[in-house]
Design a protein around this ligand. Structure first.
Ligand code: FUL
Length: 458
């Protein structure tokens, strides 16, 4: 977690991220892995789950999938994590339990788990293997634990209070026995069909691991999820109002690498998203300031499909190549206003590639610009802007201008920047650019400002 040092603080209160939220936003890109009995039956949505949700008296005996089908003969969590890393992803979220209630670890609460599968002779624990692989390879580990649980409702016939205890026991095991958990996904699907002790869950989670960030359900949760398209809105504001109070609640954009199938399916061989489609999703999630959580489903052998891995590696390679060198780096940068607190907020901090430093305008200045003179014409078609969100999301409007020799022309413009904004525009050649912040709630900060050139794609 970066240390942010002393700051040129405005006296005005503003909503800011927790250090854990700020660190999570820096991760930007993660892998979602949906894995469970549905990997072996070929479908993630069963009528059982729905019926069990709406009608607790429903008897699912004919539809409950037997744990005996769970047998990923070649399961290798290290392959999943290595693939995520090689694609530039910084964390992995695993479905420890999906809506069917089947547990990928052997819990004390239910027998409906890997314990009754042939895999590793019933002694296996997928959560452990994935957690250990994440920890060993140095990426964040996240757990998805569906509040909606068809098995607990319909087979075990737990009422709301009994289910709260059941769920809390599962949370306790998952947050006690698997090392550090960075993100806890408490899915909203089906979660309103029952009464849940959300506040109790939240308190328990934080008491077990204060650094865990909760996603979706909570009181409110630490992370929000808007939809399942992988696309975040623009503008994207981090502060949301819940019951009259302001909260910093960064956004995560989940989506599937294959046609809306969260789990692996044998009949789903032709729906892998194209490279261009995935790049577009990246620009419309990470490029809008959200985290992208891309689902790649391990197959029934327990491996990520080679084609999916290759595709995300291609995406990762294009992104890392495009953003390897900031064309503004090392050039002369000036600002209309500089916070007078030593040298820490000099404009050069905005192009130094150091995420622990930033430029900041003087207190009470809410319109300001940064100008970079590159000395000679440079060609670019992407701009990356980041605010020092540890001080809140302050910028309300900006435009990127370039000097055509006679006057300023606009390359791109917008309202929110937040953690990151990537501006995409047709190729421009200029030797001078200006980032013009035309509105801010408090003195604006720029953590990084960069221009890049993305090779046109065929
Ligand atoms: C949804 C679930 O119903 C899907 O199966 C999937 O887990 C997705 C991430 O969240 O709400």
């Amino acid at each position: 977690m970066p240390t942010y040092g002393r700051t040129c603080l405005e006296r005005v209160p503003a909503t800011r991220p927790s250090p854990q939220q700020a660190a999570w936003q820096d991760l930007e890109y993660g892998m979602f892995c949906h894995f469970g009995l549905y990997t072996f039956t070929g479908t993630i949505t069963g009528s059982l789950w729905f019926k069990a949700g709406v009608n607790p008296a429903y008897s699912p005996s004919l539809e409950t999938v037997d744990p005996g089908v769970f047998n990923p003969t070649d399961l290798d969590a290290n392959q999943w994590v290595a693939a995520a890393k090689s694609a530039g992803m910084k964390y992995l979220v695993l479905t420890a339990k999906h809506h069917d209630g089947f547990c990928l670890w052997p819990p004390a609460t239910t027998e409906y788990s890997v314990k009754h599968s042939p895999w590793r002779g019933g002694k296996g624990d997928v959560v452990r293997e994935v957690a250990e692989a994440c920890h060993a390879q140095g990426i964040g580990f996240g757990i998805y634990l569906s509040p909606w649980d068809a098995y607990a409702y319909s087979v075990l016939k737990l009422d709301d209070a009994a289910y709260d205890e059941y769920y809390k026991q599962q949370l306790t095991e998952l947050l006690t026995n698997y090392g550090e958990v960075m993100e806890g996904w408490w899915d909203g699907a089906g979660a309103t069909m029952r009464k849940h002790d959300w506040e109790g869950y939240y308190r328990l989670v934080k008491s077990l691991q204060p650094n865990v960030l909760t996603t979706i359900m909570g009181s409110p949760s630490d992370i929000r999820v808007g939809n399942e398209t992988g696309i975040a809105p623009d503008p994207l504001w981090n502060v949301v109002e819940v019951s009259g109070k302001d909260y910093w609640q960064p956004a995560e954009a989940p989506t599937c690498i294959r046609d809306q199938h969260w789990g692996w399916r044998p009949d789903d061989q032709d729906t892998l998203r194209s490279l261009d489609n995935l790049l577009d999703v990246y620009y419309r999630s990470v490029g809008h300031g959200a985290n992208l959580l891309l689902n790649i489903a391990p197959n029934n052998r327990g491996l990520l499909p080679a084609a999916d891995v290759k595709r995300v590696q291609e995406v990762g390679e294009i992104i890392s190549k495009t953003y390897a060198n900031n064309l503004l780096r090392g050039h002369r940068i000036t600002a209309s206003s500089i916070c007078k607190d030593g040298e820490r907020y000099e404009p050069a901090m905005a192009i130094d590639g150091d995420l622990d430093t930033w430029w900041q305008a003087e207190d009470r200045i809410t319109e300001a610009w940064l100008e970079v003179d590159m000395g000679k014409p440079v060609t670019f078609n992407r701009a990356v802007m980041q605010e020092a969100i540890v001080l809140g999301q302050r910028i309300r409007a900006y435009q990127l201008l370039w000097w055509d020799g006679n006057g300023w022309q606009q390359a791109s413009a917008g309202t929110s920047i937040g953690h990151k904004k990537i501006g995409l525009f047709p190729e421009i050649t200029a030797s001078k650019v200006r980032l013009d912040i035309t509105a801010a709630t408090l003195s604006p900060t720029i953590r990084e400002f960069g221009l890049y050139y993305a090779q046109p794609r065929g």
